[in-house]
Design a protein around this ligand. Structure first.
Ligand code: SF4
Ligand code: SF4
Length: 442
């Protein structure tokens, strides 16, 4: 049942697990259920059974656990034995997908392929769908279609409930180029698939902030989706095709750095080396590419910044799993926030616990996603902060929806948006200082 192929992909992770249980308290699904099978150790035991061909990969318990796992990698980060849980989960999901694909009806297969692969390979198509959704939202048709059951028939009922109101103008990569005299590097901005449609303001803020770090930047229009959604859905071949196209775009651009402001994309882009480890034609190129990738927080934190203006705000920071656990970046965003004069950083309880978004998780596992979302919202509200900062679009959408549902007036912002606000505040302060200086002269 695919056990041999799966075992090959898991880098002997089963042998490395010493069953110490140190990962349990960091696992969101274990904390919610307190059951062994819904924790990392139980899932690893199930994977070992499948890899040893003692359990079919189609067994309901195995399929359920591979789906219920968030892929948040909190367990991998705390594991003293270095169990490569993320790679093992990827392998397990690919095996489940290979077994399930032939059982689907042709219509279901086409729909899945369209939603997970076609839309993310052809971003112009995704933009078209987003334009339709934007129009439906403006005309109030989205709720009407939902009531008629049309959205459910497409298997998108949770997507419709979670879909944020799309902004009027999406961000478009149009080969923009921002020159900075004496710049320290030329940065390639990764635009991605969902970010430009839902959070164009984060890209705009990034382009305004990078020059304050002495960086020139470009936004090439031949880039695409990072492939994370395909990879996490058990479609590694599709993910590799998307990765190849991004590597080529970066090589053509002449940029030295590849900057990403979505933690999920950044984690996937940094893994291209591993994605092509068995492909001699691409392995070196992929490794070189991944070595140039930086999350915007680590990138800005590593260098000098122009002086920031003051923001009198209480801000709490939520660690995005794919920034904290996957990329091990915890301090850089906090240090950046601490650089803003007047801003008070208030730590929340369980800041590193997944909010339940996890890519498509809140569509596939809505009940667990909702429980984790409510837990996160309670922890945020408890801080009494007026802003929750994070660094990933999925977390932003999940927290925003949860906070609104709870009636809490808390702004959700990317770290780079707060830096951008601080630069505006600095410029406003400079303008008012020079206006009062010139009125004193008169
Ligand atoms: S912490 Fe690591 S070694 Fe210990 S049970 Fe969890 S996965 Fe296994
Ligand atoms: S990836 Fe996250 S949800 Fe999955 S087993 Fe590890 S800690 Fe638990």
């Amino acid at each position: 049942m695919g056990g041999e192929r799966f075992a090959h992909k898991t880098e002997n992770g089963f042998d490395r697990c010493i069953r110490c249980g140190l990962c349990l308290q960091s696992c969101p699904t274990y904390l919610e259920t307190m059951t062994e099978t819904s924790g990392p150790r139980g899932r690893i035991a199930l994977m070992a059974e499948v890899a040893g061909d003692r359990l079919p990969c189609t067994s309901p318990g195995f399929v359920e656990q591979m789906s219920q796992c968030l892929g948040c990698l909190a367990c991998e980060e705390v594991c003293p034995s270095g169990v490569p849980y993320g790679a093992m989960l990827e392998g397990a999901r690919a095996v489940v997908e290979a077994a399930q694909a032939p059982l689907r009806s042709p219509a279901a297969r086409r729909r899945r392929h369209f939603l997970l692969i076609t839309l993310f390979t052809h971003l112009s198509l995704l933009r078209l769908v987003a334009a339709g959704l934007r129009l439906a939202q403006r005309l109030g048709l989205d709720h009407r279609l939902e009531r008629l059951g049309l959205v459910a028939r497409l298997g998108l009922e949770n997507a419709a409930a979670l879909a944020p109101r799309l902004p009027e103008r999406p961000f478009r990569a149009r080969n923009q180029r921002i020159e900075v005299p004496g710049s320290r590097t030329l940065a390639f901005l990764h635009v991605g698939c969902i970010m430009p449609l839902v959070f164009p303001s984060v890209h705009e803020a990034t382009l305004r902030v990078l020059p304050h770090a002495g960086c020139a930047c470009i936004v090439p229009n031949d880039q695409g989706c990072c492939g994370a959604i395909a990879l996490h859905s058990g479609e590694p071949e599709a993910a590799r095709r998307m990765a190849q196209s991004n590597i080529e775009a970066f090589e053509r651009s002449g940029a030295q750095s590849y900057v990403v402001n979505a933690a999920g994309c950044g984690a996937a882009l940094k893994e291209y080396g591993r994605l092509f480890a068995d492909d001699p034609a691409w392995a070196k190129r992929a490794e070189r590419f991944s070595a140039c990738v930086s999350d915007i927080c680590e990138f800005l934190d590593a260098g000098e910044l122009d002086p920031l203006g003051s923001l009198e705000l209480d801000v709490t920071y939520q660690d995005a799993c794919h920034l904290g656990h996957a990329q091990r970046i915890h301090d850089a965003p906090r240090r950046l926030l601490a650089r803003i004069p007047g801003l008070r950083l208030v730590e929340q309880r369980e800041a590193e616990l997944c909010c339940g978004s996890a890519g498509l998780y809140n569509l596939l596992e809505p009940a667990m996603a909702a429980r984790l979302g409510e837990r996160k919202v309670r922890n945020i509200i408890e801080t009494r902060a007026s802003v929750v900062a994070t660094a990933n679009p999925g977390c932003s959408m999940q927290m925003d929806a949860g906070l609104r549902a709870a009636g809490a007036r808390v702004r959700v912002a990317h770290v780079v948006e707060l830096l951008d606000d601080a630069y505006r505040s600095y410029e406003a302060g400079t303008r008012s200082r020079s206006a009062s200086a010139s009125s004193n002269v008169r």
